[in-house]
Design a protein around this ligand. Structure first.
Ligand code: NI
Length: 176
């Protein structure tokens, strides 16, 4: 499905990316369902592997994780797009690992970001049912990246050495 009027993705500097998002109170509300539809649409039209509602200017705790190989992330493992409402991290590995991240809100840049390798999380699904999940590796990284958006953080805030920030052009040269 394509939208004739796709919502503009909030870019770094937009205030909404720096706010703490509010918990969703009514999952069946038309506004909630509409933003979820837009998030799924935006993901399918972009080469992203995840998105958070604040990136579409909606200050609500909703993320979509959609790890799959795309031009932006050719090595990403495939998993079905998963909508997570009011997500929480309930446990994580002690160990972190650095790997490359980018963000639709920060075009043209990639950076090495330390993230927990394993996480356990709870969330409410599209039907309003509570769910729990365990994620490892790349999907765990995507979750932590999107979750940060709900707390007003972007991945550059997690970078430990500014030398770990490179242009996307250089990133794709390294992949080749
Ligand atoms: Ni992002």
């Amino acid at each position: 499905m394509t939208s004739s009027n796709p919502l503009e993705i909030a870019q770094l500097g937009a205030e909404v990316l720096r706010l703490t998002a509010m918990p969703v109170e009514n999952i069946s509300a038309p506004e909630t369902q509409q933003i979820i539809t837009l998030m799924l649409e935006t993901l399918s039209q972009s080469e992203g592997v995840g998105i958070a509602a604040p990136q579409l200017h909606v200050n609500q705790r909703i993320i979509v994780i959609a790890s799959r190989p795309t031009k932006r992330y050719p090595y990403a493992p495939s998993m079905p797009a998963t909508v997570m409402i009011n997500p929480c991290i309930t446990a994580h590995s002690e160990q972190q690992e650095k790997d490359w991240e980018g963000c639709l809100s920060i075009p043209g840049i990639r950076a090495l970001v330390p993230r927990y390798i394993d996480i356990e999380a709870t969330y409410i699904d599209l039907k309003g049912e509570p769910q729990s999940t365990r994620l490892t590796g790349f999907p765990a990284r995507v979750f932590q990246h999107e979750y940060d958006h709900l707390d007003g953080l972007v991945y550059l805030d997690r970078v430990t050495d500014s030398r770990d920030i490179i242009s996307e052009t250089e990133f794709f040269k390294r992949l080749a």
